[in-house]
Design a protein around this ligand. Sequence first.
Ligand SMILES: Cc1ncc(COP(=O)(O)O)c(C=O)c1O
Length: 385
Amino acid sequence: MTEWIVPLAAPRLRDRELQALLDGYRSGWWTMGPRTERLEAEMRDYTGAAEAVAVSSCTAALHLACLGAGIGPGDSVVVPSMTFAATVNVVASTGARPVFAEIVSVTEPWLDPVAVEAELNRGATAVISVAYGGHPGEVAELVRVCKRHGATLIEDVAHAAGSWHRGRHLGTLGRFGALSFSASKNLGIGEGGMLLSDDPVLAGAARRSRWQGITASTADRHDQPLSSYDVAAPGLNYRFDDPRAAAVSARLGRLDRDNEDRARIAGAYRDALAGDGRMEPTAAPPPGDRNSHCMFTAVVADGIDRDHVRVALAERGVQTSLHFPPLHLSTAYQAGPPRLLPMSEEYARRSITLPLFPEMEESQLALVLDSLPGAMDLAERRRPA
Ligand SMILES: Cc1ncc(COP(=O)(O)O)c(C=O)c1O
């Protein structure tokens, strides 16, 4: 694997978190149990959600949200194209049809409420919004639009642990929210996720579905000699496990500090780019909001080849990435009448993700800042005449 001087991210567990993981394994209870319950309580306290259901991934949480919302064959669900495949795959896996809607602009790469409302007028019954990079986007307006149409709003908040909008944690504004603990996320520990909801009935159904629809958990059956149990509804195995739950609990204690460090690095990028004009950052979070700053994205000016900028940065040891290839043009989702999403396509063509992680050293940040102007000069020179 390439050794980057500045990697895109540098997932690292601290000693306390590794110790929590070890203690979890040493306890002999390896699946969902008391540590998972404790994490759920902590996530309720932290986010303000009435219910928190720990699961094996954000994808699992999104899938359970779709099932809980009754999404299935014959339904249309509005989704962005500018997201990770999980947001859309969960819709397809229920037998419903994902309907792609346009983003607001190339510096606001999240669902445009006007485009969403147009699809609700055409018969869609649910929306999955994405807190892109942890930004709230237009979620407040999406709540209003969905309410007007009696549609379900599911918030994909994979990037948004520690993101608040007007005093509410993202993922608690819609009917469901889905957080991720996967490696690249700002509350990452490897794999895992959390379903948030204010509805105890829906959360209860999700709890049952995450473990085969069984009425008694493995921990219940360990504590009491139950003669049997029932399978109340079809379910799956989307369980989280205690060692990783303990590691997330330990990480939660530093989440706000990590996010502040991320904000400082994002601020340095913004200041540097403001003076150049050849790369425009994604809109900053609204003033007064706390934000995860899970990733830093920007679009190169029209006429600069983004891929050339990436190559030039790579030559200086700086890793970059793309978030995301547009899903409406992917092999899985391009069938049917062509979907016109020019803004999403332009964003995909011009956007770049720069390195961002809380432990980034000053010398690493300086290398990225120092390399950016030269990379854009090179990209301009390499542009075909
Ligand atoms: C926007 C978005 N949604 C969902 C997911 C899926 O998360 P997980 O890997 O925890 O299933 C990701 C992961 O990258 C993501 O970026």
